[in-house]
Design a protein around this ligand. Structure first.
Ligand code: C5P
Length: 235
C-alpha cells in the first residue's frame, strides 16, 4: 500500500491555496493534497485541474450521499477530473456505493480510489444513538460500515486512527485506512479529540494520514510536512 501524508488544504480561495502550495515547490516529494467542500464549492473544478497540473496527487473530499442514480452521475463527472481519491458516506448504503463505483469507472476500466466515510469523528456514540437511532456501539457500527464498503467494491474507509487497526483486522490489510486526527506529540490538539502522532498512526497501520492545521498553521509548513513524512513514512 502506498503510505502517504495527505495535506488538508482547508483554505477558502484559490489564491490562498496556491500561495500555500508555492512553498512546497522544489521539494523532491510533492504533497498529496486534500481538497474539501469549502474550496471546491468556491472555486469549482478548475482548482482541481490547476493543482493537478502542478504535479500533486489529489483526494477530493466531497463525501457524496444521495440516491444511487445521482451519485453515479456525479461520480461520472468527477472521473473526468484526473483525481486520485474521492469518497462517499457509507450511510448511503451498498446500492449507493455500488453506483458510485460504476460512475467513477472510466471507459478504459481505470478509476480513482474510492473510500467511504464510516461515522464522522465529530459524531459521538451518544449522538449517534440519540439522533440516528443506531443502538449498536460506535465500534460495531464503524466495522459494519467498513464491511459494507468492502462488499460494495470500495478500496477503503476514512476512520479515526484508533479504529484503523480493527478495520484492517476485519476487512484485511489491503483495505485502505485514511485517518485524520493527527497531531505532533508536542502540538496543539485544536478541536480534534481522538488524536495520534504520525508515528503512532504508522505503528497501528494507517495507510494515509490526513493532516491539516499541524501543517497549514505551522510557522514553517514545509518543515512540518517533512516532519510528518519522517515520522509516518521514513522511520
Ligand atoms: O486541521 P486538522 O488536521 O484537524 O484537519 C483534519 C482534516 O481531516 C480536515 O480537513 C477535516 O475535514 C478532515 N476530517 C476529519 N475527520 C473526519 C473526516 C475528515 O477531521 N472524520
Amino acid at each position: 500500500m502506498g503510505k502517504d501524508v495527505i495535506v488538508a488544504c482547508d483554505f477558502a480561495s484559490k489564491e490562498e491555496t496556491l500561495a500555500f502550495l508555492d512553498r512546497f515547490e522544489g521539494l523532491s516529494r510533492k504533497p498529496f493534497v486534500k481538497i474539501g467542500m469549502e474550496l471546491y464549492y468556491a472555486e469549482g473544478p478548475s482548482i482541481v485541474r490547476e493543482i493537478k497540473a502542478r504535479g500533486h496527487k489529489i483526494f477530493l473530499d466531497l463525501k457524496l450521499h444521495d440516491i444511487p442514480n445521482q451519485v453515479m452521475k456525479a461520480m461520472k463527472v468527477l472521473s473526468n477530473l484526473d483525481i486520485d481519491m474521492t469518497n462517499v458516506h457509507a450511510a448511503g448504503t451498498m446500492p449507493m456505493m455500488e453506483a458510485a463505483i460504476k460512475g467513477l469507472t472510466r471507459e478504459d476500466g481505470t478509476r480513482p480510489m474510492l473510500i467511504a466515510v464510516t461515522q464522522l469523528t465529530s459524531t459521538g456514540e451518544e449522538i449517534m444513538k440519540r439522533d440516528l437511532l443506531i443502538a449498536e456501539s460506535m465500534e460495531n457500527t464503524v466495522m459494519h460500515y467498513a464491511k459494507n464498503a468492502k462488499s460494495a467494491g470500495l478500496d477503503g474507509v476514512v476512520c479515526s486512527p484508533i479504529e484503523a487497526e480493527k478495520v484492517h483486522k476485519t476487512c484485511g490489510s489491503e483495505f485502505v485506512t485514511v485517518t485524520p486526527g493527527v497531531r505532533f506529540a508536542d502540538g496543539d490538539k485544536g478541536d480534534q479529540v481522538r488524536v495520534m502522532t504520525p508515528e503512532q498512526a504508522k505503528l497501528i497501520g494507517s495507510d494515509y494520514i490526513v493532516v491539516g492545521r499541524p501543517i497549514t498553521a505551522a510557522e514553517d509548513p514545509v518543515a512540518a510536512y517533512e516532519r510528518c513524512v519522517r515520522e509516518f513514512i521514513d522511520r
